[in-house]
Write a protein that binds this ligand. Sequence first.
Ligand SMILES: Nc1nc2c(ncn2[C@@H]2O[C@H](COP(=O)(O)OP(=O)(O)OP(=O)(O)O)[C@@H](O)[C@H]2O)c(=O)[nH]1
Length: 227
Amino acid sequence: MEDYKYLFKVVLIGNAGVGKTCLVRRFTQGIFPPGQGATIGVDFMIKTVDIDGLKIKLQIWDTAGQERFRSITQSYYRSAHALILVYDVSAQPTFDCLPVWLREVEEYASPKVLRVLVGNKVDRDDREIPPAVGEAFSRMNNMYFIETSAKDCSNVDKLFQEIARELIQTMRNQRQETSQARQPGTIARTPIPMTGPLVNMRQLTLMAPPKSPGQNPTAASLDPPVL
Ligand SMILES: Nc1nc2c(ncn2[C@@H]2O[C@H](COP(=O)(O)OP(=O)(O)OP(=O)(O)O)[C@@H](O)[C@H]2O)c(=O)[nH]1
């Protein structure tokens, strides 16, 4: 049996053609596939990563961006620990659709899911969405934010590793809360189910995240992407 400490489910969503499949394949297989065809329905890949000596298995679900698959793909939101919402920094319409995607997330995903906004294709020289615009959107919607390129590898490993790191931290916080609730003299609270999504959302910005007392250091450890 494969040895791992945690298994986390990560689901990628976003318009057709923004590069979801390429991000997954870059991360899991280290390639940028030539002539990548559109995803039909849902596909998934697995990669085990080492985070500070812990083996973490990431089950990564790549969903089709095309509207006609929407009812299939929505059914995968519910069990996600993290949702990655991808747009293409060189295609304004993919950014304009983000509110529609977020409404779906509100409707179908757990309110505790870790939500990450990704601006992909930063290698292109015809950018239409400045980093600050993506960042402002993520701030307004309480999401992490990072820019990537599946083509030249920028920030791809970092995206998935930091998601794993954040999910581990949330798992630890959850365990701590549960054990504190069991201490004599404390009021027991209903524990959050271990199988469900686990994360309180925090903000990652392109700039250094604001430091406030008690802020989780793992959130701050996501450095700004190099643009
Ligand atoms: N320049 C550049 N092109 C990219 C990048 N990522 C993906 N592409 C290209 O964008 C196109 C679409 O990529 P996919 O990964 O299939 O997009 P998708 O979001 O999975 O699309 P659907 O499966 O239809 O939802 C392909 O032609 C890729 O080669 C990137 O980082 N940079």
